[in-house]
Structure formats: structure tokens, C-alpha cells
Design a binder for this molecule. Sequence first.
Ligand code: 6AU
Length: 264
Amino acid sequence: SSNLRKTYTERAAVHPNPCARTFLELMERKRSNLSVAVDVTSKTELLEIAGKVGPYICLLKTHIDIVNDFDQDLVDQLKALSKKHDFMIFEDRKFADIGNTVKLQYGFGIYRIASWADITNCHSVPGEGIISGLKEIGLPLNRGLLLLAEMSSAGSLATGAYTAATVAMARRHQDFVIGFIAMRRMDAEDEGGDFIVMTPGVSLDVAGDGLGQQYRTPREVVVESGGDVVIVGRGIYGKGKNVEEQAKRYRDAGWEAYLERVRR
Ligand code: 6AU
């Protein structure tokens, strides 16, 4: 697609969706296409890692429901860090129910995800009502949604016709759907629009995790497959790692890959 050769700034300038525009501008301003997936189970650890990776990331990705001692203060502190370090927040909730239920899950309950997460994601398996439901809560708050068009795990069923139908669904909801979780670029050259592709399963050191996760390098993701954002979790805060060093290492690798892609 032609968006492949465009800079994030060029794409922001013509993007009709305010959430996507803000995010693309942030990436270029911060010179980062790195999202860190902070999959830890304590509030202290989550905040500590968020503070350390903050300077290097465009997007902090959470799984808020794995935090043992979740409270509103955690959300307040994450918001404060996002302002201090200039990053956005993505709650990786992977909604997967009917429109009415996901609406309640997104806006209510203990987590009130829509009140603090700039971006969230959902599966397309229930059909288009899931987008309509989430949109009722998220659109008035200027939130953005990613559809899981593909997954990084071995044996994923999100392939072929399922992936194509997911992209078609996104095309009908461009006011709210800003992109995809996918392993490669999803938008066709002649179809217009601009979807941000965020790709998990990224490591510079290992090929898998023994539980089905499959890793590729930032260069494979960004240059060879056209992903826009690299999502890195354990590669940054795994056992014995220096979090700041690894965040910088992945930020540099992701940004160099982006520069290589737009310059070729
Ligand atoms: O780098 P890791 O393997 O430690 O973490 C990858 C992160 C995890 C997963 O829940 C998430 O990325 N993820 C997703 C997302 C972002 O939706 C989809 C997918 O297909 N694979 C995947 O790993 O927090």
C-alpha cells in the first residue's frame, strides 16, 4: 500500500480520525514506534516499568485485569506518566462478545476501561455489532479501536477469509476503528483509507516462548511486513534484563526499520 512509503507525519496530516491522527503525530514527535506490553501482576511493578520505558515508547499496553492490587490510583498514576513522558495507553482487552455486553465491559465495572484507555481492541468473531457497541461508549470520548485481524500465536484461526472479513468490517467503521493487530500490512493499495498496523510477537533474541508465541525481529515486522508499531513485552522486562537498556534497544531497532522503510 502507498501508506507503506509515507511518513507517520504525512499520514497524520490527511487522516480523518482524530485518535489515529494524534497517535501518528505522537510517534513522529517522539521518534518511537515501540509499544511495551507490561504484563506484570503488581501495581508497583507495572508503575515502575511504565516509568522506566516511558521515555522510549509511543504506547503503553496494559492487561489491567492481571493486576492483583488494581485500584483507581493505579489508573491515575498511569495517566500522569502518560502526560509526563508523552505516550498513549492501550488496554489490550480483546473484547469478544455481543455489542450490548462489550459496551458494559468497556464502560463499566471495576476497570472502567473507556475512561482511561486511549485505545482498546476486539475480536471480530461476534460480527459487526461488537464494533457498534464499543463505538457507543468510545466515540464520544475520542477513543480508538483495533481489530484483531491476525494473531502471532501458532495455529491461530484468524487467517484467510476471517482476516479479509475483519478488514472489510474495519472499512465500514473508519470513524472508530483506527487499525489492526496483525502480522503484516492489511490495507490494499487501491482501496483508500489508512489503518495503523500494530504487531506483537517481537523479539531480537528468541524465536518463541514455549506456549505458542512466535517472535520476529522489528526489521522483519516493519520493513518486510509493513507493520507500523512493534509491540514488545518480555523482551524488555524479562528475567535479568535492564529495562531501560532494552527499551532503548527496541526503540532504536523499530525506528531504524521505519526510516529504512520510508526511505527505500
Ligand atoms: O512480547 P510478549 O510475548 O511478552 O508479549 C506480547 C503481548 C502480550 C499479548 O497479549 C499481546 O502482545 N498479543 C496480542 C495483542 C497485542 O493483541 C495479539 C497477538 O496475536 N499476540 C500477542 O502476543 O501482551
